[in-house]
Design a protein around this ligand. Structure first.
Ligand SMILES: [Zn+2]
Length: 251
């Protein structure tokens, strides 16, 4: 092989590696639920099962009221979500702004949730959601070192795997008054882009500013069903994207 042909070959291989493992279908949407809110077990999970939708629950022990089971899930309820086939993943132990933590502090925060999750027989989580959507380059390094593949922040924009780092994936936060933004976001899920929804309590008894009214939530599920969206859990991104290759390509 000539030097020129050789570099062309390397270029082609590199380009091929950047491609998704499976083509990402149009209308691919990921449902993620943050903060371990009580209504995830009492309302959301039964409804998701009715619609046949997978989902990811990013759990933590939200202070100071984690023991108030009117507001937050118990670990028994979190275990039940896993046993029902949902993904249960890491949102730090105590909902910390990761930008303000040392690598060791973040590691402790991650490890606590990893121990709780593996304690009931689930695999060690490889996905993460940033509390308060605060990201940092140091946190990306720590997550990478611990084997995390995909992590979600905020930003209210569509995820473009060709441009966004797999540990800095944006999501749309559902609120009681932003239905148009969410529907517009869902309709950007095409041409290789994926809409990730971040949902808190339905309703949320702890944080009213991120509550989603039940009737609005069910409207979203009906919309996804009627319009034949490809609804996946966050971990299912591995079917379409090689996280390690993607991390190198978009750096
Ligand atoms: Zn949160």
């Amino acid at each position: 092989m000539t030097k020129h042909a050789c570099s062309l070959f390397v270029l082609l291989v590199t380009a091929a590696m950047a491609q998704p493992l499976k083509p990402i279908p149009d209308k691919t949407v990921i449902l993620t639920f943050d903060d371990g809110v009580s209504t995830h077990a009492t309302y959301v999970a039964p409804l998701l099962k009715k619609y046949g939708f997978p989902a990811t629950f990013f759990v933590c022990e939200f202070p100071p009221d984690f023991d108030d089971k009117h507001k937050y899930l118990s670990w028994e309820q979190i275990e039940r979500l896993h046993k029902d086939g949902f993904e249960v993943a890491n949102h730090t132990w105590t909902h910390k702004n990761v930008g303000k933590l040392t690598a060791q502090q973040l590691t402790e925060q991650l490890e606590y949730i990893e121990r709780k999750i593996t304690g009931f027989g689930a695999p060690r989580p490889v996905t993460f959601a940033y509390p308060g959507y605060a990201t940092s380059p140091a946190a990306v390094q720590t997550l990478t070192a611990r084997g995390y593949l995909f992590a979600r922040g905020g930003d209210d924009r569509v995820y473009d795997p060709q441009k966004d780092h797999p540990l800095l994936i944006p999501g749309f936060t559902t609120r009681k008054d932003n239905e148009q933004l969410i529907l517009a976001g869902l309709n950007q899920a095409k041409d290789g882009k994926i809409a990730v929804l971040t949902i808190h309590g339905v309703p949320d008894y702890a944080h009213d500013w991120v509550t989603t009214p039940p009737e609005l939530f069910e409207r979203y599920l009906r919309y996804l069903k009627e319009n034949k969206f490809n609804v996946i859990a966050f971990r299912d991104l591995s079917q379409y994207i090689d996280a390690k290759t993607a991390a190198r390509m978009v750096r």
